[in-house]
Design a protein around this ligand. Structure first.
Ligand SMILES: CC(C)(COP(=O)(O)OP(=O)(O)OC[C@H]1O[C@@H](n2cnc3c(N)ncnc32)[C@H](O)[C@@H]1OP(=O)(O)O)[C@@H](O)C(=O)NCCC(=O)NCCS
Length: 120
């Protein structure tokens, strides 16, 4: 059975989904979901390997913040990979206390997770 990739990442509840296209090709996107009246979780964020380091990831998160704040969001949190902690710090996110999840597949590739958040 074919399961569309988008469906395999399906999220229950209201979300904000953004994509960035260059020349008709989707090269990045994010999904953020409401986790409370004034809070969202940035659940997925990715930029295609050949389009990274062009400020597209940063633009996506900044646009999310602009939209989210207009809709009453006061805080965004995320579970950042160790490889993207510096990217989020650059955007004003800080590490917050809490138990970070682990995943054997990510662990095998040396990827750990850190809880991070930003007040808007
Ligand atoms: C993390 C990711 C979304 C960043 O996207 P990007 O478009 O390459 O990042 P940008 O070009 O917008 O970077 C913005 C700034 O963060 C810095 N930055 C980006 N990735 C970084 C990294 N891995 N480590 C340190 N700094 C990083 C850039 O140098 C830039 O800094 P500057 O403004 O001082 O020049 C992208 O690398 C990616 O898709 N990675 C794989 C998936 C992933 O890790 N997603 C996050 C899940 S938690």
């Amino acid at each position: 059975m074919d399961i569309p990739i988008r469906q395999s990442f399906r999220i229950d509840g209201e979300s904000i989904e953004l994509i960035v296209k260059i020349g008709g090709r989707v090269v990045g996107g994010l999904v953020a979901v409401w986790t409370g009246k004034n809070e969202m979780e940035l659940r997925h964020l990715a930029v295609a390997a050949d389009s990274q380091k062009k400020r597209l990831g940063q633009s996506l998160v900044i646009r999310l913040q602009e939209i989210a704040v207009l809709r009453g969001c006061r805080r965004i949190h995320t579970i950042a990979r160790n490889t993207s902690v510096a990217f989020f710090r650059n955007l004003g996110f800080t590490t917050v206390p809490g138990v970070s999840p682990t995943h054997p597949i990510f662990q095998r590739h040396g990827i750990t997770f850190t809880l991070m958040a930003k007040e808007l």
